[in-house]
Design a binder for this molecule. Sequence first.
Ligand code: NAG
Ligand code: NAG
Length: 247
Amino acid sequence: MVSTKSLLLAAFTTIAYAAPTKGPCKSLTPTLPSTGGDDLVAPSPTARLKKIALGHGIQNYTCSAPDATPSATGALAVLYDVTTLYPGLSKTALSSNAFNSLPHLLLWDRPVPLNRPSNSSYSADTTAPFPAHDDLKGLADYPSLKYAGHHFFDSTGTPTFDLDASGMRASVLKTGDVSAPKDADKGVLDTGAVAWLRLTDSKKGESKGVNLVYRVLTAGGNSEGCAVAGTGVQSVPYTAFYWFYEE
Ligand SMILES: *[C@@H]1O[C@H](CO)[C@@H](O)[C@H](O)[C@H]1NC(C)=O
Ligand SMILES: *[C@@H]1O[C@H](CO)[C@@H](O)[C@H](O)[C@H]1NC(C)=O
């Protein structure tokens, strides 16, 4: 005999199970990539993945002297939405190989999508670095990627993601970093891939819909070192995936 209690329990379990399949993400939960070595602290089980974006831009450093250690001063990047391309997530999803190749392909296939003051080096216009919003089209064998937003450091030096295409925003602080895998793309200046990061809400009350961000599968972006770059600002091209969560 089946008791009333177990019937109720069964009904409840069914409802609890059915709910997640109604969302756009179906029942599959994408898993943050692993470096194969040390990994970042994972999102909590209740964290909801809101978006996966592909970023393309520059990492900035300054050198006080040719024999100094470069200090990281910020970054600028344009973000493209790749959420539905995540393997298994939609009808238009990519194979994991094709998905994971995106940062490498984009870094080498396209110029940095920022307004430049001159042709002399990798840099960005100081007052208006971002060009008009545009999808990323014509990457060989890939569908066009929708413009998602911008990554920059705000006037107080806080890393910020303005996902204006979806009305979300993250103002964050670094709470974890691990080295990129040894076989990561060293970038167009052959300087190596920037670290993978865990970034959590800055508590400045500026985040909207996202409060946990991961930078993973990085390509390029490390400093050339002050002996090569010389004194002053240096900007190094990079690409990366950014995973945006709310928890
Ligand atoms: C910048 O590059 C473009 C195309 O490569 C060229 O037409 C233009 O003259 C260059 N501008 C300067 C200031 O060198
Ligand atoms: C990065 O450097 C460029 C010059 O190459 C500058 O225009 C931009 O404002 C800098 N951005 C940050 C966030 O440091």
